[in-house]
Design a protein around this ligand. Structure first.
Ligand SMILES: Cc1ncc(C[n+]2csc(CCOP(=O)(O)OP(=O)(O)O)c2C)c(N)n1
Ligand SMILES: [Mg+2]
Length: 564
């Protein structure tokens, strides 16, 4: 046996320097040099990342996204050549939208066998060549895309790619690592350092003070946030700032994660029209607060934007109507603002605002409660609101929800009652990624129960066989709950909006809607020994959820197919 130290070791050594914990792969033969390096690592007991074989690209990439959401750390993803990259494209684009940093690699041959060294294999000549290289077609849906020029630059360019991914705006980067670079002799770098975490990006005190002065003087300020809770410390800092000045917090429909405690008297739900009449609006990590985009609810208000990168480069059209920006990390900006306003506002004004918004909060809570009572009183059928209420009441308080529903997502958002960050994540981008994202969240947070809520149509977009196989092999149990209306209801809604009196309505003849021929989704786990439940009777719902949750707590995934 001989150890051939080649570019495969160089790539793994770069992963070690980056402190990468997991390498998720849906592989091709280009990764043999890296597999050799992993085999040596295991043989020698060297510290380094763990490699996982997955059987679908959407899963490998989705897991990297979910792992980032749960652990806030970057993973590496190894895919196959051009085709594997394309198969992973939906999830890579999803990672771009979610701002999930990851290092995605695939390969090409640059010699096609006209090479003095090991034979890359004729498939690279016959089938796998991509004109311009795979990095050219990855470019539009990643943050940065590049071919590794050769084995001599492999190590440092890998560090650079991962460092770029983790800079704002965070997102996926792609490296095309040619097979020849992986197979060539590699010399360990002269300088070998662990890559440090990125430095802090904070606003200068003068800018903080200027905004603090405006906040203290405002009569009717409002906070709108979509994703403040993604930034470490931001959830807590937002509570302190809102509390100090009695500013209500609204999460628009475009919210993607937990930002503020639901039981807080200043929490006001999703209705941005509550900003009408505001004299100051604080947009905190809110990429698309209004719709239509120019329809700011408070045209006369001063708009102050707090965000790491307010203008998201991947969005074509974005209207914030900002008057002033505080850029940099959201958590530290909010904490600095809180320190600058503390004790400085007119207490009478603050307290009268607090009682007004507390009353509005109580009204919102009463509305939610009333919806739930109505849902509970319905003994004929299970409604989505009842399902969310039962999930909330029956599942462990520590449960993390990953949501890939469409028409039911607002109901889930309305009826879950999170009071801490990282309890709910909405999957970004095209359908089919949710199983991967949920498995990645579970990998990051193994102690927490993870529930994957999904529509029937979205379920059918997922690589479900491969996801269940990964769940079993990697011991990552999920509770999968299908919100099943046997249709693509959202598509019907869109059709109705465009053609309310059209031929499809008149003849009840819709395309793009019907899923009534779907097989029983609860049975998909059977080949894996995973229990499945189908339920449509409200009186059985609670027992089924309890039983399925116990299965998941015992270490197996369970599928609950809930028919509305
Ligand atoms: C990859 C991909 N293809 C197509 C779509 C378009 N699309 C949006 S919603 C939807 C239907 C989802 O159905 P389901 O999960 O059952 O939710 P429902 O509309 O019934 O609430 C489809 C196909 C998409 N979002 N992503
Ligand atoms: Mg559906």
């Amino acid at each position: 046996m001989t150890d051939h130290i080649d570019g495969g070791e160089g790539l793994l050594e770069a992963f070690r320097a980056l402190d990468i914990e997991h390498v998720f792969s849906s592989p091709g033969s280009e990764w043999a040099p890296v597999w050799e390096a992993f085999a040596r690592q295991r043989r020698d007991g060297t510290a380094g990342p763990t490699y996982y074989d997955l059987t679908h690209e959407t899963l490998a990439v989705g897991m990297a996204t979910g792992y980032f959401l749960g652990a806030r750390r970057l993973a590496a993803v190894l895919l196959h050549a051009g085709p594997g990259l394309l198969q992973g494209a939906n999830a890579i684009h999803g990672a771009l939208l979610a701002g999930a940093p990851m290092l995605v690699c695939s390969s090409e041959s640059v010699t096609y066998g006209e090479y003095d060294g090991p034979d890359p294999g004729s498939q690279w000549y016959r089938n796998l060549s991509v004109v311009g290289g795979p990095h050219t077609f990855a470019a539009p849906w990643v943050k940065w895309s590049q071919q590794v020029p050769g084995v001599d630059t492999l190590y440092e360019i890998t560090l650079r790619a991962a460092e770029i991914a983790q800079r704002s705006p965070t997102g996926p980067v792609y490296l095309n690592v040619p097979l020849e670079a992986l197979l060539a002799d590699w010399k360990a770098p002269k300088v070998r350092k662990q890559v440090p975490p990125r430095g802090a990006r904070v606003s200068p005190q003068a800018e903080i003070e200027a905004v603090a002065a405006k906040l203290k003087a405002a009569k009717n300020p409002v906070i709108i946030t979509e994703s403040a809770g993604r930034d470490p410390g931001a959830f807590e800092a937002l509570v302190k700032l809102a509390d100090e000045l009695a500013i209500p917090v609204i999460e628009p429909q475009s919210t993607i994660c937990v930002n503020f405690p639901k039981d807080h008297p200043l929490y006001q739900g999703n209705d941005v029209s509550q900003a009408q009449g505001a004299d100051l609006v604080l947009l905190v990590a809110a990429r698309s607060p209004w719709y239509p985009p120019s329809n700011s609810q408070a045209p006369d208000a001063e708009i102050i934007v707090i965000d790491d990168v307010p203008q998201r480069p991947h969005i074509v059209y974005q209207v914030l109507h900002a008057d002033r920006y505080l850029e940099g990390e959201v958590g530290s900006t909010l904490a600095a603002l809180h320190a600058a306003v503390a004790g400085g506002a007119d207490q009478t004004l603050t307290e009268s605002r607090r009682s007004r918004w507390t009353a509005a909060h109580n009204e919102l809570a009463a509305g939610i409660e009333a919806d739930e009572q109505k849902a509970e009183a319905n003994t004929e059928k299970i409604t989505p609101a009842l399902l969310v209420k039962v999930l909330r009441e029956e599942l462990d308080d520590e449960t993390v929800f990953v949501d890939e529903t469409i028409t039911h997502s607002r109901i889930i958002q309305r009826h879950l009652r999170w009071n801490a960050p990282d309890k709910w994540f909405y999957v970004q981008g095209g359908l089919g990624q949710g199983t991967g994202v949920a498995l990645g969240v579970k990998k990051a947070l193994p102690e927490k129960p993870v529930v994957f809520t999904v529509g029937d149509g979205s379920f059918l977009y997922n690589p479900i066989v491969q996801a269940l196989m990964a769940s079993k092999d990697l011991k990552l149990p999920l509770l999968i709950v299908v919100f099943n209306n046997r249709q693509y209801l959202s598509m019907k809604f869109n059709h109705l909006r465009f053609y309310p009196d059209g031929a499809a309505v008149a003849g009840n003849d819709f395309d793009g809607v019907d899923l009534s021929t779907q097989p029983p989704l609860s049975e998909f786990g059977a080949p894996f020994g995973m229990p499945g439940y189908e339920v449509s009777n409200p009186s059985q719902l609670r027992t089924v959820i309890r039983e399925a949750a116990a299965v998941v707590a015992g270490g197996s995934t369970a599928i609950v197919n809930v028919k509305f």
